[in-house]
Design a protein around this ligand. Structure first.
Ligand code: GLN
Length: 509
């Protein structure tokens, strides 16, 4: 078949399709991170500017948004596997995300919540499926697969690096809405790359619906391929309502108090997952049980790490805007690009380090890497806490602290994130691998609940646009000190128990 012949074409030794997916994901992440860089500041300075508890409301909405934007990937992955296939899912997701970013460019509170909901549903279809698509380009056991994913991770971070710089620059010069609109154009560019890959037939027969009969099968008189986009759009106002119905925003008292609807849902899901996993463990062999326990622990540590890491778009952006002497080098939103910049610089050196250590049989096993990752997260927040000692008379700290903080945090990320996913696949019993992958994605979702909790603790009550400097320096740096103690403590505990964990992992490195 012609499709197969084309599929064998390679660039730099990798399937040609990888490079189309690379650019599609680069631009999708451009839109995602360009928007994320602006989100907290936009809520504090525009959407909630008249509320005295605007930081608190912002932290809550940011947490609900972040949790749902990652949780939706579990549903998007399932719908793709069973009905739509990866191509249609990626298209649907990309279109919904573009709409979301353009709706954000409209200056209106209702539009704001609708836009977040569009991005949540869109990301749910786009993100898991483009990652699975990369894996599908290689046959099982193909040695190029890992380096394919490393190239893809680079694409993610190139998007995450340039987007905050451009969107953050536009927002300051012309207004937030221009920044959001640029994010929307970014997503459309991503879709164009994906579409041109399909037109050039570089994906062969990959990513088509798993079963055409199911794809076309009418439900309620509408073929599933049409019904799913309709249901997705219909879910948008419901999600927007869930995001916006919160005491701190609406005023008044509800039975939920400080809890958000999303927070409550996540607690219930968490309990269900624990019961389900407990049940699976009871039905497993002793060997399976040990490994599964480790898969759960690894996911738990990853959640913790992302919980601190994802503060970058929330508390750390506010700290950058209120307490860091950026000296015109960057705007607060633009500092969001530092993490991705360091990932681009460090990803290859660190993977070479593991390779070199492997040759000497010194490559640390996963628990050690995870322990070190958490310790590095702790160290990074310790650096930020120390910045207080160098604050000037206005409570502004030197930019260098923030840069070094991101440098250290990014090394921590590289010790954990790329390693974790592959370990989950090897440690989970075959029959629940897909379920465990879902749980892995949920780790980022739960992380945003941690971000929300911390964000609420460090919220500053004020409607003053100039709040910052001496008003806030202690609140932030004391908070960072506490976070660093938690992360360092957790990392040390992991290291202490690593010899035991190594045994539980058996033959999995
Ligand atoms: N930076 C990575 C990405 O955007 C991972 C983020 C996460 O899972 N929290 O894909």
């Amino acid at each position: 078949m012609a499709t197969q012949a084309n599929n064998e074409a390679t660039v730099l030794g990798h399937p040609k399709g990888l490079f189309y997916l690379f650019f599609a994901e680069l631009w999708e992440r451009f839109s995602f991170y360009g928007m994320r860089a602006l989100l907290t500041l936009y809520m504090v300075e525009e959407i909630f500017k008249s509320l005295s508890n605007r930081d608190f409301a912002t932290a809550a909405v940011y947490a609900s948004y972040g949790s749902l934007v990652y949780a939706s990937t579990v549903i998007g992955g399932q719908v793709s596997d069973k009905i739509l296939g990866m191509r249609s899912s990626i298209f649907l997701g990309g279109v919904l995300m573009s709409i979301g970013h353009f709706v954000l460019a409209v200056e209106n509170d209702i539009a704001f919540f609708l836009a977040l909901a569009f991005i949540i549903v869109g990301n749910g279809f786009f993100k898991p499926n483009i990652s699975t698509f990369v894996g599908a380009l290689y046959k099982d056991g193909d040695v190029r697969k890992d380096s394919g994913f490393t190239i893809f991770y680079m694409g993610i971070n190139i998007g995450g690096w340039i987007a905050p710089l451009l969107c953050g620059g536009l927002a300051v010069t012309y207004g937030y809405h221009y920044g959001f609109a640029l994010a929307g154009f970014g997503m459309m560019t991503g879709l164009l790359f994906f579409w041109s890959g399909i037109k050039k037939n570089v994906f062969g027969d990959k990513g088509l619906p798993p079963n055409n009969d199911v794809y076309e099968k009418p439900v309620l008189g509408i073929p599933q391929k049409t019904l799913i986009p309709i249901l997705s759009v219909l879910s948008v106002p419901v999600i927007a309502y869930v995001l916006s119905s919160y005491d701190a925003i609406m005023g008044g008292e509800s039975i939920l108090g400080d809890e958000t609807i999303v927070g409550l849902i996540f607690k219930l899901i968490g309990i269900t997952i624990v019961i389900y996993l407990g049940n699976i463990m009871l039905q497993s062999t002793a060997e399976e049980r040990k490994k599964l326990f480790m898969a759960v622990l690894i996911t738990f540590f990853m959640t913790m790490f992302w919980g601190f890491h994802e503060l970058s778009g929330s508390v750390i952006t506010l700290f950058a805007s209120r307490n860091v002497a950026l000296d015109g080098l960057m705007t607060a939103a633009q500092t969001n690009s530092l993490n991705s910049m360091f990932i681009i610089l460090l990803a290859i050196p660190i993977s070479l380090l593991w390779e070199a250590l492997s040759k000497k049989k010194l490559n640390p096993r996963t628990p050690y890497k995870f322990g070190l990752g958490l310790i590095l997260a702790g160290a990074s927040f310790y650096i930020l806490a120390l910045s207080k000692g160098s604050a000037d008379e206005n409570g502004m700290v030197p930019f260098a602290y923030l840069i070094i903080m991101y440098f250290v945090l990014s090394i921590g990320e590289l010790f954990m994130s790329p390693v974790g996913l592959s370990k989950i696949t090897s440690l989970s019993p075959k029959r629940i691998v897909a379920f465990m992958m879902g749980i892995w994605f949920l780790s980022s979702a739960y992380a945003f609940q941690i971000v929300g909790f911390i964000g609420k603790q460090l919220a500053v009550d004020s409607t003053d646009v100039n709040v910052g400097g001496l008003d806030t320096i202690d609140i932030y740096t004391d908070g960072f000190m506490l976070i660093s103690q938690y992360a360092l403590g957790a990392g040390l505990i992991v290291i202490i128990f690593s010899p035991l964990m190594k045994k539980l992992m058996g033959d999995v490195h």
